[in-house]
Unconditional design. Structure first.
Length: 457
């Protein structure tokens, strides 16, 4: 990661440097062109000035006066060189002493008036010429600057230096950032490896307030959730083991007693009843475990069909009423006619069976359980209320966790698999419904389930 960051920044810096140098070269060329254009313009102005000021002196053949006027014009214009020559058929005849520019121009090239770069004693000089007529005399005016009017290097050199310094600083910063980021990512990677190896207590270091710290916080949240899930899974397995061990111990004890012949024949009916109840308990626990596993893995199917729901629920209520009578609990059902509804009747029966079974299990003798159904053919609400011991307020958010209620309230009613409410929650979620629990300790519990009609096939 650190190497990728460093090389990425290096490539970006080199590209920026190349773009900057290219831009600097273009700007320098534009400045040179501007310098040449400006020198050409000044040459035209100077030629007109020479025509006006030097013409009289040339006609009077006062060479000293010509030299003085040219010196003054050169100082005013700020030129390094200002030279004038008479052009005739014989060639170029300088009227200044020791000219250095004029020998570089030929008669055939002076009409072009191009700006040239001349090497004067090892110094590059920008020079150009203009011709001007003074009466019948034609003059050639040459001007030159050892330094351009617009300094091209004044911009390009600082630009190049700035780009190079910027690249070096970018590389230094990238090295620092990549080293720090790499260290933090290494901590996150180590925590991830430890978590993958089964160390659910592994946590990534959280430093700063940036994307990496947010990623580390998210990782730690995930690790904490996995640790809690592992703890719940361990508790679940221990609870299941306990629930399996109790009936198995009873069955094994009676089997050994029967095998040893220590049980009197008159006790056989009682022993048979105990064995039936314990095997039923084992069967119910195994079936609930398998059903919950399929529900959580979504390895089950819905078979919705048109159902006269009020008649279907009335039939289920009759079955539960018989069981409630055996337990000494009053069972009542208030069913609102809703007509035909497109829904899976078997899943509805499972949901209500678990809710009523759970309510009967926690309701003491001479208590009551009430099933209520309201709604329409588009959605229906079931409520199962009991007069049991109720649930503490802090336990309500966890009642749908596997075995939570069974473990928390085992002294109240030790029977049951403890998976009923978990199965209800999974089924309701799969059917697109909602489930809610309201309860007060000592005043019973009410579970409300709302189910929508299934989409038409």
């Amino acid at each position: 990661m650190r190497r990728r960051i460093f090389w990425g920044v290096l490539v970006a810096a080199i590209v920026a440097l190349l773009i900057g140098l290219t831009a600097g070269a273009v700007i320098r060329q534009q400045q040179i062109s501007a310098n040449r254009a400006e020198l050409a313009r000044q040459a035209a102005v100077t030629a007109n000035l020479v025509s006006a000021e030097v013409g009289p002196a040339i006609r009077s053949a006062e060479r000293g006066a010509v030299t003085a006027v040219l010196r003054q014009i050169r100082l005013i214009g700020g030129y390094d060189y200002l030279e004038v020559a008479v052009v005739n058929g014989a060639g170029i005849n300088p009227i200044v002493n020791d000219p250095v520019l004029l020998p570089e121009f030929r008669v055939g090239s002076i009409e072009r008036s191009a700006v040239r770069t001349l090497d004067i004693e090892g110094t590059p000089v920008f020079a150009t010429t203009r011709t001007v007529d003074v009466g019948e005399i034609r003059l050639l005016v040459a001007i030159g600057r050892a330094e351009p009017l617009l300094m091209s290097g004044a911009f390009t050199r600082p630009l190049a230096v700035g780009l190079i310094v910027g690249v070096l600083m970018a590389l230094a910063v990238s090295a620092l950032v990549s080293r720090r980021l790499g260290t933090r990512l290494a901590g996150l990677e180590e925590a991830a490896v430890n978590l993958a190896d089964g160390d659910f207590a592994a946590r990534a270091p959280v430093e700063g307030n940036d994307g990496v710290s947010e990623l580390s916080s998210t990782f730690n949240y995930m690790a904490s959730s996995l640790q809690q899930a592992q703890r719940r899974e361990r508790d679940f397995l221990m609870s299941v083991g306990h629930d399996l061990r109790t009936p198995l111990t009873t069955i094994r004890g009676y089997a050994e007693a029967l095998d040893a012949g220590v049980i009197e024949p008159t006790e056989f009916p009682r022993v048979a009843d105990v064995l039936h109840r314990q095997t039923d308990r084992l069967s119910r626990l195994v079936e609930d475990l398998m059903l919950l596993a399929r529900l959580e893995a979504r390895e089950f199917t819905m078979r919705p069909e048109p159902v006269l729901l009020d008649a279907h629920i009335d039939e289920l209520a009759t079955e539960h009423r018989l069981r409630a009578e055996k337990l000494g609990v009053a069972f009542d059902a208030h069913i609102q006619p809703v007509g035909s509804m497109y829904i899976d009747p078997d899943r509805v029966a499972q949901i209500l069976g678990n809710l009523v079974d759970n309510a009967l299990r926690y309701t003491p003798e001479r208590g009551s359980v009430v099933l209520t159904m309201t709604g329409s053919n588009s959605n229906v609400t079931f409520e199962v209320a009991d007069t049991g011991p109720g649930i503490e307020e802090e336990d309500i958010p966890r009642v749908f966790e596997r075995l939570y209620v069974a473990q928390r309230y085992r002294p109240v009613r030790p029977e049951g698999s403890g998976l009923g409410l978990s199965i209800v929650k999974e089924l309701v979620d799969a059917m697109g419904g909602e489930v809610a629990v309201t309860s007060r300790p000592g005043h019973g519990t009410k579970v409300a389930v709302t189910l929508p009609a299934a989409p038409a096939a």
